[in-house]
Write a protein that binds this ligand. Sequence first.
Ligand code: IMP
Ligand code: MG
Length: 175
Amino acid sequence: MKILVTEQQIQDSINKVAEDIRAREAGKPLTVIAIMTGSIVFLADLMRKLDLPMRVGVVQTSSYKGGTTRGTLTINSDMMLDVEGRDVLLVDDIFDTGHTLEKVIEMIDELRPKSIKSAVLLLKRGRQEVTMRPDYVGFEIPDEFVVGYGLDYRDMYRNLPYLAALEESDLVDHA
Ligand code: IMP
Ligand code: MG
């Protein structure tokens, strides 16, 4: 595994994203909806840097049926908050093809929020298959499979405090 983004670089970037959100949302109460499980660490750091009145809920999506290939997307919204008439900020770990965020936005849009914006820690360059883009992006990274800081490979490595790119020799089953 090789380190792609250090702990310090992540914190610097989140400070910038938080400043940007604070400036653009101008003290409006936010309904933050985090897309689990990958965004868990980003959410924890970002929300503590956002000095705004906020409620926090989560949805869970899963598209990876294991490994690095994509399966069918399912959304579990049992732990979401009411969003009708609210300014919603979606938080996700990484914008890859973009299908996950697009589907979650479609689902939330039907519940008639006042606005929907989205913040992602990472955007994988050249991988997008949708036209929308997140409003706030921490880093653009090359097309590599990354783990750490909430991101997993087969549910492992989420606890690494930095972001690392997986190498061929890491693609083994730890279960
Ligand atoms: P998308 O729907 O293709 O944009 O994929 C988004 C979801 O796939 C993210 O929320 C991640 O959970 C997962 N994902 C995409 N790329 C990576 C990666 O490099 N490492 C770990 N998870 C990833
Ligand atoms: Mg995810």
